[in-house]
Design a protein around this ligand. Sequence first.
Ligand code: ZN
Length: 716
Amino acid sequence: MGSQHELPLDTPLLYLKSEEAFAGLTPRERRYAHHLSRASWWGSFIVLCQTSPESPTIFSLLTRLLRSQPIDTLHSVAIDRAGFTENEFKSLIIYYSGLVYNLGNYLGFGDRKFIPSVSRGKLEALIKASKASLEAPDVMERYMEVLGPMYNLEESKRFLGLPPNGITMYFTPNCTQEDADVAKEYMAAHNIEAWNTRLLKYEEDGETVYDIRLASIESGPSEGITVDSDVFQGHRMRVSRGDYSYFLKKMVSELHHAREFTANDMEVQMLDKYVECFTTGSIQAHKDGSTFWVKNKSPAVETYMGFIEVYRDPVNQRAEFESFVAVVNREQSRKFDTLVDRAEKEFLPLLPWGSDFEEDVFMRPDFSSLDILTFGSSGLPIGINIPNYKDVKEEQGFKNVSLTNVMAARTGIKGGPFLSEADHALREKHGALGLEIQVGLHELLGHGCGKFLRRKDDGTLNFDPEKVRNPFTGDKAGFYEKGENYNSRFTNLASAYEECRAETVALYLGLVDEILDVFSVGAEEREDLKYVCWLDMMYAGLRGLEMYQPTQGKWGQAHSQARYVILRVALEAGQGLVSVTETTGDDGLPDLLLTLDKAKIHSVGREAMGEFLRKLQVYRSMGDAEGGRAMFEKYSEVPSDGPHPFHRWHEIVLRKRRPRMILAMPNTRLAGDDVELLPYPEAVDCVAKSWVERFNPEEFEQIESALSAFVSGWMK
Ligand code: ZN
C-alpha cells in the first residue's frame, strides 16, 4: 500500500446531497431534471472511452462483479475463498469507486493512473469464485484479459500524455507530435474546431490517412461536416464521424423526453441544438445551443452537455465529454436574496470604513449558487465558468456558477489533523451551515462591497477630493486614473488580495447576530456557529500551506494564500486568540495543534480583523498598490524561525494531507408523474451501490456490448 498509483484506504467516500434543493422543485422541474440526468449518465460512458484503452473493459468487468450479487455476499467470497483481508476488500471497493467517479483508471485531478491495492492473483481468484463467473463464465473470462493492462505500471502508462511517454485516447497510439501538428494546421485552414474529435492515423491503399473523427450518432457522409478525401501539404486527410454513436443515441432519446418538461422556449431551442450536435457532429449546432444556454438566465434546473474541457488532450484541443444537471436551492437562494436586499441599509454600514469608501448603490455581484444532482465527467469542480467557445463568450457572455453542495460535501469529512476532537465534533455539527454563511457573505457582500475612487470618463472624479482623505496619512486620497483599474495596479497580487478581502468581510460580518438570523441560526447555536466559522478559516489557513511552493517561495493558489494571510493576522493579534504549536503525533513524528479561544473572538479577533479589513479596503479604494502590497506580502511570508516557523511546518502539512474525496451521486426514478431521489448515504460502498443501481440488468448488457464494440474498433 501507499504507492502514489493506489487510492489510500482512508479516501473519504461521501454522498453529494441535493435533497433540499430537489424537494424545492416543482414536479415538472423534477421531471426535466430526471431526464437530463439520465441523458448525462448515458453520456458519461464516453468519458470512459476517452480515458484509456482498458477503462471500458475494467468498468464492464467490475460492474458485473458487483451487480451480480450483493456486496456483502461478494465480501464473504473474497474473505473465505479468495484470501482477501478486510482492508483488501475495502481497497477494491475504493478502486471501483475511483474508477466510476473519475470515469476511467486515471485521476481526473492530476491524470495519474491508479491500480487496485489488492494483488492481481487475489482479484482473479475472487472473480473466478464470484456469482458473475458462475452466471457468465465466458464473458468474465474474456473481460479478465484486461487485468494485465489494469495493473500495468510501466513508465509509459503512468500518466496521460502523447505516446511514447503517456497514454491518450485522443490520438491513435501511432500518432506523434508532428501528426498532431498536421491535423491542427489542416483544421485551422478549414475552420474545423477539434472539440468533439479524435485523430486516427491508418494505412489505406498503400497511403497514410489522417482521419479526424467526430462524435455523432450518424456515421455517413454529410455535406459541410465530413470530407471523404483531401490532400493537405502532401498528406491524405479525411473528416469522418460516428464516434460514441450508441451512447449519444441514448442521450438524445432522453433529451426528447426532457423537452416535454422545459420551462421556456429557450430551453426547447437549446435542447434541439444539443440534439442536432449529437446527431450530426456539428459544433456550430453546439455553439448555437450554448447561446440559448447563456441567455437562459437563472433557470431552476441547469444543464450543460457536450465536449467541453480540453485539459486532457495532450495538445489541449480536443475536449472531454461532460454533462451535468444542477438545481437551484430555493431555500438557500431566499436567504441570499434577503442578504442582498438588506445589504445597503443594514449590513454594509457595519463594515469598518466610512461611507467615503463605499458605493452609493450596492450592485449585486454576478453569482449564482446551484446544487449538483448529476455530473458525468472525470471529477467534480466547485465552480464552473462556461461556455469555453471564445466567440460565444465574447458575443453572448457566459455563466459563472458556484456548485455549493460540492463545496459543502467536504464538511462531511470526519476528523483530520491539527485540531482537538472537541473542535472536530463542533465542525461536524455546524460546518455545513457555517460554510453556507461564509460563502453567501464572501460572494455577495465580500466581492460586492467597497468603492473604487476614480476619474470618470467625463474627466471628473467620483468623489470629493477636498473631503475624502487618506485615513492613514491625512493626505489627499489617491485614485484610479482613466484607463486604470484594480487589476492593472495590483497585477499579480490582485486575485489573492481580493479573495482575502472577501473572506475577511465574511469573517467580520459573520459575527453579526442579525445576519445569522437571515440564515435561521437559533439563538442558542449562534456562538458555536461563529466559533466554527472562525475556526474553519484558521484551519484552512494552516492547511492551505500545502499550496505554498517553498523552493520558489510562491503561492500556487489565491484562496489558500488569502486564508494563510488571515491566519497570520490573527496570530499577530496575539493575546491568546489563536495558537499553533508543534506537538508530537502518535506516530512519534512532529505534528501541529491549532486552537482558537472562543472568548476572544468578539474582542481581540473582531478588532484585529476590522483593522486589517479597513487597510485592505482603503488601499484598494485608492489604488494604493504599494501600500497594499507591502502589507499583504508581509503577511504572506512563510517564516523559517520565530514562534511560528511555517516554512518548517510546511513539510508536516504536506505529510498530513488528506486524500481527495470521492462522491456518490443520487439516482432519480419516475414515480407516477413525479420523480423520486434515491440517496446513497455515506458508507464505504455508497459510490459502488449508486452505480450498480444506475441502470437495470438489460441496460447494463447493452452498455457492455457498446463498450466492447468501442474497444475492438477504436483504432479504425
Ligand atoms: Zn471569491
